[in-house]
Design a protein around this ligand. Structure first.
Ligand code: 26Q
Length: 840
């Protein structure tokens, strides 16, 4: 086990008493009647109390400091289970394991009981969570601001192979990690109208009278860094009606009208929209975005005014990072607060605003860019529309003076899209309102410069920078792969957990047969663990000696799960044709959710399950191929999946995946990658060396050339016999009980348009997979490559990403927390009449 906090026998006794105390007074239970959930809550609250002193000290230090605080604004935070993560970061695992054991409890079972808060869709939300972990570990004063959805990401089950969505009622068992701060509530307005008036000095002011008001209540969750005093804060906003009942309405008889208003208000934070990528302009979504952006800014402004009196230096004290355009409405909101509410002149307000914000772009898909209808935005936020138009007018004036006569450029960069229904382009608003814009992988940033944001890059060549994504090795190695973590620690110590470049020290060990043996044994154990879980949940039995070939991520056509399927069906055809074929035994494992309204993605899930059914039960296959869909892929399930992979599937069409972060989690856990030159795969391959990476498929320039030349997928189908056989097998109803219609839309899409070039990359993928299969037979060589992959993953720690954000964008430095308030109760507190410092 990793080095732990020194805890003596007395401390263990205290912990044991604390469990009993929590169980009795908080849960109202006795050991004989307590449920596992009671124990989970008792243990979690005991740990939470032990974080409290650090939390209070960190927050007090923030309030006193003159340095900048990073505010990470994100509509999603996919935090994963807290208990084990917090035990590891605080160094208290051993103490808790011992104290629970001596109490007769099983800590592992309690940890397993925790359901995660699924407050995100996938990559973007999980990235925000990794960044919170790294900011705390690097002792950066930071607050994550977001939305406390009552229903997070749906739970996925299958009915006859089709995805079914179940609501995620994550708050029902009780959330021991959050603190409700009712006294820090704010009000957020919607609708209504604006009016202009002139004051005695002849200055023009605008007054917005909202049509309705919603209360935002913050809930704070501590975010402890790894073995440091810093415990940062995740502050999530929940919407409530300002009054529990509008008795005026009640009295005049509009009972339902008043209840309706209350429901409307509380609906704002009811549910997470479960669709990423293709953008849909639902008004509730815009309400969510404005609600949390406004609440968060009001919170910062309150703090700033308490500490400094005015807002002149706001940008020096807060660095706001916009996680994609979802919180971009914060740009006009800060302008409104500065100009309308706090009386700043436009120019000074704009200087403060544009020096405060920075914007991270996460997508290259044009259909995923957020645009809101001008009419809709004007109805919901009339004052913000005026401000956006004024920002645009001034911006376009400067562009016109720089490029006179270039009206085409004006049309392209304008915040308002005038083609068809007038729309607000949120990415343009974010770019104009920020001092820095970043892409999330080197290739992605290059493509932003060349295409999506080319005009902005020409206008401001310094603004667009790259910060390649990273993931936290605490969760994605120490927590989820304890076996590998211990082996590495026994070889090179523990410092790599906060300095991931030190994994390089493993390189020479790749040549040691004994070390390789231990490495392989750990992978084997992890595969047994995953196989056991899969058998319990699906009934499918996997052979841990087979090659575990895994693709887990959201289901999307651009991610090409169907390319993976075509490979499986081709192998199946080969086995059927030649039952004696000498094939490397493989287990194909899929996982991931489809947006409930994304028909093609749901059809792909059905096809995976149908192929699994056919392949797994065919005696000719004789266990050499197995296919399984791991239901309900989420952070908790991911803990068991990444460590068990031999092969990581990263096969998106070149130019479509902004970065990917699963690719990093797999490689850190010793999987080899089969991948295209897309997103961060490019940098992963650069790091591990071309000889340790299975590359295939078209590059971005080849993709562009193919589209320019005219692409006819049907001609590829006609010319490639194995491809034709695979597609025909689906079309003929082999996986749909003879039904030739079921998968027709998928087949038609591939043959007629194939927007993601599945057929164009098919043969290259097959050839590459052939090499994978052959290489896996040389277990010594495979293991050597696995060790080299891990030892060269240093770049992909989120600590490195955060260090880059600090240097290139935020201009903040490490700021260790001194413990002024050790254990308040034991020192006896003297309550001052009024709080001396600003309250968080
Ligand atoms: C927008 C408007 C309305 C409703 C939903 C949305 C929405 C929600 C989530 C749009 C997009 C998302 C999520 C996007 C996402 O996860 N992108 C991924 O971000 C990762 C972290 O940078 C990258 O690694 C992935 O490549 C990228 O796809």
């Amino acid at each position: 086990m990793l080095k732990q906090m020194e805890v003596d026998g007395q401390a263990i006794e205290k912990l044991k008493r604390a469990f009993a105390y929590k169980l009795f007074f908080q849960q109202g239970s006795l050991p004989i009647s307590a449920s596992l959930n009671d124990y989970y809550l008792a243990v979690s609250c005991t740990l939470r109390d032990r974080m409290q002193a650090l939390f209070i000290n960190t927050v007090a230090a923030m309030a006193e400091k003159k340095s900048r605080i990073v505010c990470y604004l994100s509509a999603e935070f996919l935090m994963g289970p807290h208990l084990l993560n917090n035990l590891i970061n605080l160094g208290l695992y051993d103490a808790f394991a011992r104290a629970t054991r001596e109490t007769g409890l099983d800590l592992q079972q309690i940890i397993e009981h925790e359901e995660e808060p699924g407050l995100g869709n996938g990559g973007l939300g999980r990235l925000a969570a990794c960044y919170l972990d790294s900011m705390a570990t690097l002792e950066i004063p930071a607050i994550g601001y977001g939305i406390r959805y009552e229903f997070g990401m749906f739970d996925q089950t299958f009915e006859q192979g089709w995805q079914k969505e179940l609501s995620d009622r994550w708050l029902l068992p009780g959330n021991p990690w959050e603190f409700k701060k009712s006294d820090l509530a704010v009000e957020v307005g919607f609708g209504g109208q604006t009016a202009t008036f002139t004051d005695q000095e002849g200055r023009v002011h605008v007054c917005w009278t909202p049509g309705s008001v919603v209360k935002g209540i913050p809930y704070d969750t501590p975010v402890p860094g790894y073995r440091v005093n810093t415990v940062n804060m995740l502050r999530l906003w929940s919407a409530e009606a300002p009054k529990s009942f509008d008795f005026d309405d009640f009295n005049v008889g509009d009972y339902f009208g008043s209840v309706e208003e209350k429901i409307q208000a509380e609906n704002i934070t009811k549910v997470l929209y479960p669709n990423d990528q293709p953008f849909q302009g639902k008004v509730l979504r815009l309400r969510q975005q404005y609600f949390f952006a406004s609440a968060s800014l009001q919170d910062m402004i309150r703090l700033h005014r308490m500490q400094y009196g005015d807002l002149d230096g706001f940008h020096q004290h807060f660095a706001i990072q916009l996680n994609d355009t979802h919180p971009a409405i914060a740009v006009p909101e800060l302008m409104r607060l500065l100009v309308d509410v706090h009386g700043y002149a436009w120019d000074q307000a704009w200087a403060i605003t544009s020096m405060t914000f920075a914007y991270t772009n996460h997508t290259l898909l044009p259909e995923a860019l957020e645009t809101w209808s001008v009419d809709l935005l004007g109805q919901l936020l009339p004052r913000h529309l005026e401000i956006i138009l004024e920002i645009n007018r001034r911006f376009l004036d400067t562009v016109r003076s720089q490029y006179p006569g270039d009206e085409d450029l004006i049309r392209r960069v304008s915040i308002i899209d005038e083609n068809g229904e007038r729309c607000v382009r949120m990415a343009h608003l974010a770019c104009i309102g920020s001092h820095k814009i970043n892409g999330v992988a080197a290739l992605h940033t290059e493509l932003l410069k060349q295409h999506t944001l080319a005009d902005f890059h020409r206008l401001w060549p310094e603004k667009l920078v790259n910060v390649t994504n990273g993931v936290t090795p605490r969760r994605w190695m120490a927590l989820s792969n304890p076996g590998l973590t211990e082996l590495i620690a026994s070889a090179i110590g523990e410092q790599w957990l906060t300095d991931l470049d030190r994994l390089r020290e493993l390189e020479p060990l790749a040549n040691g047969p004994a070390f390789r043996e231990r490495w392989r044994a750990i992978k084997h154990d992890n595969k047994i663990r995953l196989a056991r879980i899969l058998r319990e949940r699906t009934g499918i039995v996997l052979d841990p000696a087979s090659l575990f070939d895994i693709q887990v991520k959201r289901i999307h056509e651009y991610k090409r799960q169907h390319l993976n399927l075509l490979h499986i069906i081709t192998l199946y055809n080969r086995l059927k044709r030649d039952p004696g074929l000498d094939l490397t035994p493989r287990s194909f494992i899929f996982g991931g959710k489809a947006a409930p309204g994304y028909f093609m993605a749901k059809l792909i899930i059905k096809l995976i399950n149908s192929v699994a059914e056919a392949v797994n039960n065919d005696p000719d296959v004789d266990g050499r191929l197995r296919v399984a869909f791991f239901p309900d892929f989420n952070v908790k399930n991911a803990h068991a999946i990444y460590p068990a992979a031999d092969l990581s599937e990263q096969i998106s069409t070149a130019g479509k995946e902004a970065s990917g972060t699963g690719n990093m989690k797999f490689a850190m856990n010793g999987a080899l990658t089969i991948g295209t030159l897309d997103g961060a795969n490019v940098e992963i391959r650069d790091q591990v060396g071309a000889e340790n990476f299975f590359l295939f498929g078209m590059r971005v320039d080849e993709v562009e050339a193919l589209w320019a030349a005219g692409y006819r997928p049907r001609s590829i189908y006609e010319a490639n016999e194995e491809l034709r056989a695979a597609i025909d097998l689906i079309a003929d109803g082999r996986f749909s009980g003879g039904d030739r219609h079921m998968f027709r839309p998928l087949i038609d899409s591939l043959l007629e348009h194939d927007p993601f070039l599945v057929l164009a990359d098919y043969q290259a993928y097959l050839d590459c997979q052939q090499q994978v299969g052959a290489m896996f037979r040389n277990q010594e060589q495979w293991c050597r490559m696995s060790i080299l992959n891990v030892s060269r993953m240093g770049l992909f720690s989120s600590d490195r990403s955060i260090a880059e954000y600090c240097e290139k964008i935020w201009q903040v430095r490490r700021s260790p927390v001194a413990l002024k308030w050790e254990r308040l109760p034991s020192q006896g507190i003297v309550f001052p009449k009024r709080p001396a410092a600003p309250r968080f």
